[in-house]
Design a protein around this ligand. Structure first.
Ligand code: HBI
Ligand code: FE
Length: 296
């Protein structure tokens, strides 16, 4: 099964209710010196196998961001060193958190250009599946794209928009947009389709499935459509939404979601794998993967 880094709840508890001690903003020291050789080795395993897959699959912005960051195969990166480079490029920082944090804490960090990254790394027997976002998902998956000015502004806008969506009762709608862009987004490049979403960039199995497998649909991204589309948190996606180019995120960062919320409020939601009239379908999926896995 794929890595599913961002479930909305953890062990049935809403994020933040797990009872850990924490500061008001939930940040903790990264404490690089405390990582064990075994933990660095887990990073190395994850890093090396992902780096073999990403040329020709990840978009140019991702590969360029990864290349410019102080991220090496041998050890878990130091968040301060990452922040120095990120700050100069796009004004972002990386701060350490224990795992999932409550929505409003998460949004407040993003609104201030701080990316909260899990401090811990998954166990060696969980290379392909874990419930909470760890340092590999957060740093390897998200931070390269934060070197890109468009993604940098889009993520901040998501933080600002998240606080507003909470007040409006539209958080589920906004979270779907985040899911199908920041986590599982694909983008068209002149040479072909590429991934930019962190959930797929950091997943050994899904980075191939999302682009190479005939099963999932690949559909042009349309805001209202995506806002109404439910998603899977425990398995590969049945449908990936594709941007014409990353500049589409710039428009998304600037558009007022208010009228779009008004339009989709109360409308029925769409099944993850159901094509809709009006979709621009780049690839009509066979659906074979999920059909074969459903209990008879
Ligand atoms: N906390 N650390 C962390 N990382 C996330 O991606 C995250 C979170 N808390 C809430 C959350 N994501 C989402 O449920 C919101 O984007 C809606
Ligand atoms: Fe994530």
């Amino acid at each position: 099964p794929p890595v599913r880094p961002e479930p909305p709840t953890l062990h049935g508890l809403a994020a933040g209710e797990a009872g850990r001690p924490h500061s008001a903003d939930w940040t903790i020291p990264q404490d690089c010196a405390a990582y064990t050789p075994a933990e660095h080795a887990t990073w190395a395993t994850l890093f090396e196998r992902q780096c073999r897959l990403l040329p020709g699959r990840a978009c140019d912005a991702f590969l360029k961001g990864l290349d410019a960051l102080p991220i090496a195969p041998d050890r878990i990166p130091d968040f301060e060193a990452l922040s120095d480079v990120l700050m100069k490029a796009t004004g972002w920082q990386v701060v350490a958190v224990p795992g999932l944090v409550p929505d409003e804490v998460f949004f407040d960090h993003l609104a201030h250009r701080r990316f909260p990254s899990g401090q811990f790394i998954r166990r060696a027997d969980q290379l392909d599946y874990l419930q909470e976002p760890d340092v590999f998902h957060d740093v390897f998956g998200h931070v390269p794209m934060l070197m890109n000015p468009v993604m940098a502004d889009y993520m901040q806008a998501y933080g600002v928009g998240g606080l507003r969506a909470q007040r409006l009762g539209m958080l589920a709608e906004l979270a779907r947009v985040y899911w199908y862009t920041v986590e599982f987004g694909l983008v068209i490049q002149p040479e072909g389709l590429r991934l930019y979403g962190a959930g797929i960039a950091s997943s050994y199995s899904e980075s191939r499935f999302c682009l190479d497998d005939p099963s999932p649909h690949r559909v042009r991204f349309v805001l209202e459509r995506v806002m109404r589309t439910r998603y899977r948190i425990d398995d590969f996606q049945e449908c990936y939404f594709v941007l014409q180019d990353l500049d589409e995120l710039l428009a998304l960062a600037r558009v007022d979601f208010g009228p779009v919320y008004a339009q989709v409020a109360g409308a029925q939601t769409f099944e993850p794998g159901a094509l809709q009239p009006g979709d621009t379908v780049l690839h009509r999926g066979t659906g074979a993967y999920h059909r074969d896995r459903r209990p008879p």
